[in-house]
Design a protein around this ligand. Structure first.
Ligand SMILES: C[S@@+](CC[C@H](N)C(=O)[O-])C[C@H]1O[C@@H](n2cnc3c(N)ncnc32)[C@H](O)[C@@H]1O
Length: 451
């Protein structure tokens, strides 16, 4: 008989993929849970909680480990380091796991994985933390606010510094806190297939908890389900998983009958599908992306949606497609970005993004914009969006575009719920901030071609 697989071993495998092999956290976790589908729901929940929790709290956990271990985190063997991290997470954040169990399991795993000589070290560090959990010394909030926020909310210091400068202490704190709140999964009803009331009933029949979402009446928040893929209403294409912020892109774009829409960075297709749905069978949406794999994802979603006015195409947005010049009534530029507005879903982003990578992304965004603006018809619309909250990737790119090319911002107030209207939306752009607004951190600007 094969030995049952230990959940903590599974968690360490996932963390290795994310931290050492640079896999995205949501993909590594999803692939592993798919592989171990036979595990009990409770065990799957434990794996998810410890993996996500350890990643969410990793800067703080490393800070604590450095305080109680002679060998600093940077010098530890990666496997032992991750083993200590998940154990500290269980000790400090999970009442359901007795301290002794977290510690003993860690020691057993160290021995089983060939680190017999480090059993004492693992045991010593963890017992030291258990004994001194009330005596951990953190940076002083008043004297060193950057360090304090960075450690208490496990956010790299360069991000904290940037946000403090742009948004001030109060908003930065709210945003940092928001990444720790469970916000449920937001879905957009495919109103061409089912009404929102019927969808609600279908989901409730499957035992799913359903609540209305903020801002838009065709969106819902769902919880208490195993995986999205296992929900029948999802398999039938009755809804799409999408945050409200992304839905607002189609609202702001405001497509009209027979419009031609080009979405230059479309995979997996959320915004394109929403726009096609709004065109109500008329016009055409070209949903483009860089690789066959990404185009395949869009195709899959088109098939599920059963919409007929949308096609998926492979096209590099940095290369001018002459046939598209001045063809689009609406151009959607939902560009690759640092993703710093969606860190509650993709926890590892904060560790993978760097100021240098962000600069490269700004260059890429500008390269794409200077190519694809040409596809907009005279008098047509360009909607620029990102899922980040850094000004360099957002309003500064919009200004950069307007300085060089014939575009001007246009008020978006008419398309937004009252609570989201402000001076900037009157001017033509919206910066959603996590925790401050009831949506992901996201940026949307609407520009009209004026030559
Ligand atoms: C923010 S995501 C788009 C999300 C999508 N609009 C949606 O709503 O589902 C950015 C996309 O840009 C694509 N991308 C990156 N570089 C690209 C390029 N040079 N040309 C076309 N697409 C690109 C990525 O593959 C990724 O799918």
């Amino acid at each position: 008989m094969t030995k049952p697989i230990n959940s903590r071993d599974i968690i360490l495998g996932i963390l290795k993929e994310i931290i050492q092999e640079e896999e995205y956290s949501h993909i590594a976790l999803r692939n592993t849970l798919d592989k171990y589908q036979y595990l009990e729901k409770q065990e799957r929940a434990f794996i998810t909680r410890v993996t996500e929790g350890t990643l969410e709290e990793m800067i703080k956990i490393d800070y604590i480990l450095n305080q109680f271990s002679k060998v600093k985190v940077k010098k530890m063997k990666p496997f032992i380091c991750n083993l200590l991290r998940i154990s500290v997470y269980q000790i400090l954040y999970m009442d359901s796991v007795p301290d002794s169990a977290a510690c003993n399991e860690a020691v057993k795993i160290a021995a089983k994985r060939g680190f017999v000589n480090l059993k004492g070290f693992v045991n010593g560090v963890l017992r030291n933390i258990i004994r001194n959990r009330e005596n951990i010394i953190f940076p002083d909030e008043k004297a060193e606010p950057d360090d304090y926020l960075s450690i208490m909310y496990s956010m790299p210091k360069w991000i904290v510094e940037k946000w403090l400068k742009t948004y001030g202490l109060e908003k930065t704190k709210i945003m940092l806190q928001s990444f720790f709140h469970e916000k449920g999964t937001v879905i957009r009803c495919n109103t061409k297939r089912i009404s929102i009331e019927e969808l609600e009933k279908e989901l409730e029949k499957e035992g799913i908890v359903v609540k209305p979402a903020h801002y838009l009446n065709y969106a819902l928040v769902i919880s208490e389900f195993d995986t999205i893929g296992s929900i029948k209403a999802f398999q039938k294409g009755f809804f799409y998983v999408q945050d409200i912020s992304s839905m607002l892109v189609a609202e702001v774009a405001d497509p009209q009958k027979n419009n031609v829409i080009i979405d230059v960075c479309a995979a997996p297709g959320g915004k394109s599908l929403h726009l096609a749905e709004k065109l109500d069978g008329s016009g055409k949406v070209e949903a483009r992306d860089l690789t066959p794999y990404k185009v395949g994802l869009i195709q899959e979603n088109i098939e599920k949606s059963q919409l007929s006015n949308i096609i998926a195409l492979q096209q590099d947005a940095c290369t001018l497609d002459l046939d598209s010049v001045e063809q689009a009534d609406i151009l959607i530029a939902d560009l690759p970005c640092s993703g710093l507005g969606v860190m509650n879903q993709k926890t590892d982003i904060k560790y993978k993004m760097t100021p240098e990578k962000e600069k490269q992304l700004v260059n890429l965004q500008r390269k794409i914009l200077e190519t694809v603006y040409q596809y907009v018809k005279k008098g047509g619309t360009l909607v620029y969006s990102t899922c980040t909250i850094d000004e360099e990737e957002n309003i500064q790119n919009v200004k950069w575009l307007m300085e060089r090319y014939p575009f001007q911002l246009e008020s978006i107030d008419a398309y937004l719920p009252e609570e989201l209207r402000s001076d900037t939306t009157k001017e033509g752009y919206l910066q959603l901030l996590p925790g401050i607004h009831q949506a992901d951190g996201f940026f949307i600007a609407k520009l009209k071609r004026i030559d």
